[in-house]
Design a protein around this ligand. Structure first.
Ligand SMILES: *Cc1c(COP(=O)(O)O)cnc(C)c1O
Length: 282
């Protein structure tokens, strides 16, 4: 694994493990012929489901928060080109998307047989997919870190850890204490128990989901980190190392779940757009 070097790390060693978590989360979620899921207009999850659907010959329906904006942004254009049917829910209804009422409406419209995957794709099957990651790391380490959006990735990685190692997640949302209960719930759903080997850092959200600061921007640009998730985690690791939160000699693996702005391909043909980042940063 590539080592991340920074004088602020002192005697803490950090190794980068590039690993796209979205396909892992979908691996055990694609047994059904038709899958419906939810996401914002720039959702990595929507894009990953559309791409997986195309690859596996599964019909996919993406329920997008808010109104339709044409032309489609690169993420949704890519999803549509992969064959995903896009439909929209106004924000108020979207907020209630997990209620029986809204779900019943979606089933009535899209068919009772449609498998419904939650926003972000975190469920028991996603946890089991992510639990396979630690086994694939051959090098020795003490702590494994990942960004936390909905918590499925952390729940899985922690569940898959060998004895004596710990998982540390970095919340990218503000006020995300609820994620602790969510990760526990996901582990219970997948395995019937909560592994006691993980924790969540709540202090490096930089203002909240998709928010940033000039300092974080500069850090992300300097190292070529994806901004919404990866840069916050990496900044957090450095910060904790600086504060002495890791014992000298600790070996940390940082799971790099996303890449910085790569060109979006519309089913083979690059569009020349940059990535699925919010419009305000263009
Ligand atoms: C979705 C995503 C995450 C968060 O994963 P969760 O399982 O929702 O916590 C982290 N990094 C990247 C790049 C993502 O796209």
């Amino acid at each position: 694994m590539e080592e991340f070097l920074d004088p602020a790390l002192g005697q803490v060693r950090v190794f980068l493990r590039h690993d796209d978590n979205k396909p892992r989360k979908l691996k055990y979620n694609l047994g059904d012929a038709r899958v419906l899921t939810f996401g914002g207009a720039y959702s990595n999850h929507i894009r990953a489901v559309a791409e997986a659907g195309m690859r596996h010959g599964i019909e996919t329906i993406g329920v997008i928060r808010g109104e339709e904006h044409l032309p489609l942004n690169p993420v949704l254009a890519r999803a549509a080109a992969c064959g995903m049917t896009l439909t929209y829910l106004d924000r108020a209804t979207y907020r209630r998307k997990d209620t029986e009422e809204v779900l019943a409406g979606l089933r009535a419209r899209w068919g009772e047989d449609v498998a419904i995957l939650p926003e972000g794709g975190s469920n028991a099957a996603a946890v089991r997919g992510c639990a396979e990651l630690p086994d694939e790391i051959e090098d020795d380490y003490d702590v494994i870190c990942c960004p936390v959006g909905t918590g499925g990735t952390l729940a899985g990685i922690a569940a898959g850890l060998p004895e004596g190692r710990r998982a540390l997640g970095f919340a990218v949302l503000k006020g995300a204490r609820f994620l602790e209960e969510e990760v526990a719930r996901l582990q219970r759903e997948a395995y019937g128990r909560v592994s006691g080997n993980w924790s969540i850092d709540l202090g490096h959200h930089f203002g909240g989901y998709a928010r940033t600061t000039p300092e974080l921007e500069a850090f992300a640009a300097r190292h070529g980190f994806e901004r919404i998730y990866v840069a916050k985690m990496m900044y957090g690791i450095l910060d904790l190392a600086r504060q002495g939160a890791f014992a000298p000699g600790t070996r940390v693996v940082a799971v790099i779940t996303g890449q910085p702005s790569t060109p979006v391909e519309v089913c083979g043909a690059p569009t020349g757009f940059d990535s699925g980042e919010p419009r305000w940063r263009r």
